[in-house]
Ligand binder design. Structure first.
Ligand code: ADP
Ligand code: MG
Ligand code: ZN
Length: 622
């Protein structure tokens, strides 16, 4: 981008900035607050002399004290990892007194009361900023190596050696198992490389915010005892062009010098969105950063011994280039924890904290469906604060329960509690999918059913194909459709009402039905031909549009055929579930109690009252 200003504008700007800065320093009297220690703050609170008090999370406190009828500002600090309330109580302030200062949260003066001051103080800042931008652009277009910001920033990367291990990550057993191989490799790369084994370069950790992706990445490094380098995708979004890419380069240089090690790219979706997607111009910076990550990954030799972990909660929006073989071709899902997982996480976070005898973590886990690991950590912390406030020596069950409310209402909430009625609906929905799928011949084996899902809400039923298939039969499509619609069918049967929970199922069902009609000619009435021409953008590798090569009449016919396919599948699902209502209830009830069911338990639930020795087979479809 070329400069939009004439050359001398630069000089004028400089003079303007200097003069305004000078001017404003005369206008605003320096009102220096005196620094006092926290014990003095406590004394002033006890004496009732604190007019108002404001504190921020970094531990700094600003307060106004009444002295001889005058308001005098003071400043103080406290340990950042202990709550202010707790600290003050330790210094002899009563909870009532804390309540009092808590109530005097300062009313900030309206901006417009002080607009003159703000203008005078704000303008120089703004101009300075513009000026800096200007300089940077100049420097970059002029290829000025002296102002290489990327370089100097990147020097701050120092890999640390995390002390956390898999023991600190509770629940998430499947994810740990999948990552164990990476740990083994990092511990002793030679063992693998001498055998010529190809170890994945990149692993994508997928999960809802707060489910412990960052923690897990650090635990992998901790388990293997290797250095951990990390960057976050969101850091790059607002940077100047070229900086992101050079930071990536420097990061990898450092990592290579310290291998075997882990490079962790947090929030990779911030840089890894599909290129060319979205409106409003290109995001040069994002793309350059992404490209640089790809270049680095592709440039690894077999003996580089760096594993790149990346975290995202939106794998669906990632650029396909990132997911290609040799890049992030492994995916490890970190689900929100189920009941047992939550209990284990609560155990980790109450470790070393004094707990009253009445505390039952199993009950707490039961009461918190939908909570992530971060929520649970927060819960324990809130309970500790409440106990400290009440001057108790241990955290009691009462505090734990009150803390649940606080987490739900709190600003840092990452998830919401799933209510009992919601849980029932989700349980029957998932049980519906699972039971229909299990009872049809051409469907994959049910591997896991859970009601604590990956998305916003709702669970999922995971199936595993028994054999590799390259050909899909019509019968298989039909069974698959019935399985997809089993969720909604179950809701209809059990509650007589349906929910939005089936939205995604319906979308997939529609896609399958459309393919059956338009791509594979799997209907009798429409002949052996395809309908519609797909246009692909070769260089992006994506479909952008579908062109019709048929008229209105055919379009209506396609719709009619799709409709009949889907209706038939829905009827089959309804029929199966009505016939196997007992099994449906059993699976749903177990889901309500346990929240997730593995393959074996699922099988036993289906077979409980089945005739001995007779395998479950598909009922003849109508
Ligand atoms: P994410 O990166 O997925 O958003 P984090 O790793 O930042 O989540 O998790 C935030 C905090 O929540 C962690 O530091 C940890 O204290 C707690 N936490 C999350 N998941 C777990 C877990 N499975 N076991 C123990 N603590 C957890
Ligand atoms: Mg994180
Ligand atoms: Zn569903």
């Amino acid at each position: 981008m070329k400069s939009i200003w004439p050359k001398n504008a630069f000089i004028y700007l400089l003079i303007l900035v200097a003069s305004i800065a000078l001017f404003s320093s005369f206008v605003t009297p320096a009102e220096e607050a005196q620094e006092i220690d926290i014990a003095q703050v406590a004394r002033l609170v006890r004496a009732g002399r604190v007019e108002y008090l404001e504190f921020s999370n970094d531990g700094s406190i600003e307060l106004t004290v009444l002295e001889n009828g005058q308001e005098v500002p003071y400043r103080s600090r406290k340990e950042p990892d202990v709550g202010l309330g707790e600290t003050l109580i330790n210094l002899g302030v009563t909870p009532e007194q804390i309540g009092e200062i808590g109530a005097i949260v300062p009313q900030r003066p309206s901006i417009w009361d002080n607009w003159g001051l703000i203008l005078i103080q704000g303008i120089p800042l703004l101009l300075m900023f513009l000026f800096l931008m200007f300089m940077l652009r100049q420097a970059q277009s002029g290829n000025n190596q002296a102002m290489s910001f990327g370089k100097s920033k990147a020097r701050m990367f120092a890999g640390d050696r995390p002390s956390v291990t898999f023991d600190d990550v509770a629940g998430a057993e499947e994810a740990k198992q999948e990552l164990e191989e990476i740990v083994q490799f990092l511990k002793d790369p030679n063992r693998f490389t001498t055998l010529g084994a190809r170890i994945p370069k990149g692993v994508l950790l997928v999960g809802h915010p707060g489910t412990g992706k960052t923690l897990m990445a650090r635990a992998v490094a901790g388990e293997a005892g290797v250095p951990f380098f990390s960057i976050s995708g969101s850091e790059f979004v607002e940077m100047f062009v070229g900086v992101g890419a050079s930071r990536v380069r420097d990061l990898f240089d450092q990592a290579k010098r310290n291998s075997p090690c882990i490079v962790f790219v947090d929030e990779i979706d911030a840089v890894g969105r599909q290129r060319g997607a979205g409106l409003g111009g290109s995001h040069d910076e994002r793309e350059q950063t992404l490209n640089q990550i790809l270049v680095e990954m592709d440039g690894f030799d077999t003996d580089t011994n760096i594993i790149i972990l990346a975290a995202t909660n939106r794998p669906d929006i990632l650029d396909p280039a990132l997911l290609r073989p040799g890049r992030f071709d492994r995916r490890v899902v970190i689900d929100r924890p189920d009941r047992r997982g939550r209990e284990a996480i609560l155990k980790v976070h109450t470790r070393g904290k004094p707990l009253a005898d009445d505390v039952d973590l199993e009950i707490m886990a039961k009461q918190t469906p939908g909570f992530t690991g971060a929520d649970l950590e927060n819960l324990v912390n809130e309970a500790a604060i409440l106990a400290a406030r009440a001057n108790e020596s241990a955290i009691g069950m009462e505090e734990m329960q009150e803390a649940v409310e606080r987490v739900i209402a709190g600003p840092e909430r990452r998830s919401r509690l799933i209510s009992d009625s919601e849980k029932r609906v989700i349980a029957y929905h998932e049980a519906g999918h699972a039971v229909v799928q299990a009872l049809l011949k051409h469907t994959d084996r049910v591997h896991k059913v859970t009601i604590i899902g990956r998305g916003q809400m709702g669970g999922y039923t995971m199936t595993l194909p028994e054999e590799d298939r390259t050909l899909q039969s019509k019968a298989k499509f039909e069974d698959e459709l019935a399985g997809l619609l089993g969720g909604r069918a179950s809701e209809q049967i059990v509650f007589g009402d349906i929910t939005t929970g089936a939205g995604n199922d319906l979308k997939r069902a529609t896609q399958i039905a459309r393919s059956m009609v338009t791509e594979y000619a799997m209907t009798e009435s429409m002949g052996q031909r395809t309908f519609g021409k797909k246009e692909e953008l070769i260089f992006l590798g994506r479909e952008i549009s579908e062109q019709r090569d048929y008229g209105e009449e055919i379009a209506t016919q396609i719709d009619r055929e799709m409709r009949s396919i889907i209706d038939k599948a829905y009827d089959r699902a309804l029929e199966i579930l009505q016939k196997h209502r007992k099994e449906l209830d059993r699976v749903a009830q177990t889901l309500i109690d346990e929240e997730s069911i593995d393959a074996e338990t699922f099988r036993s639930l289906l077979e409980e009252d089945a005739p001995q020795g007779e395998p479950q087979t598909a009922p003849a479809p109508a």
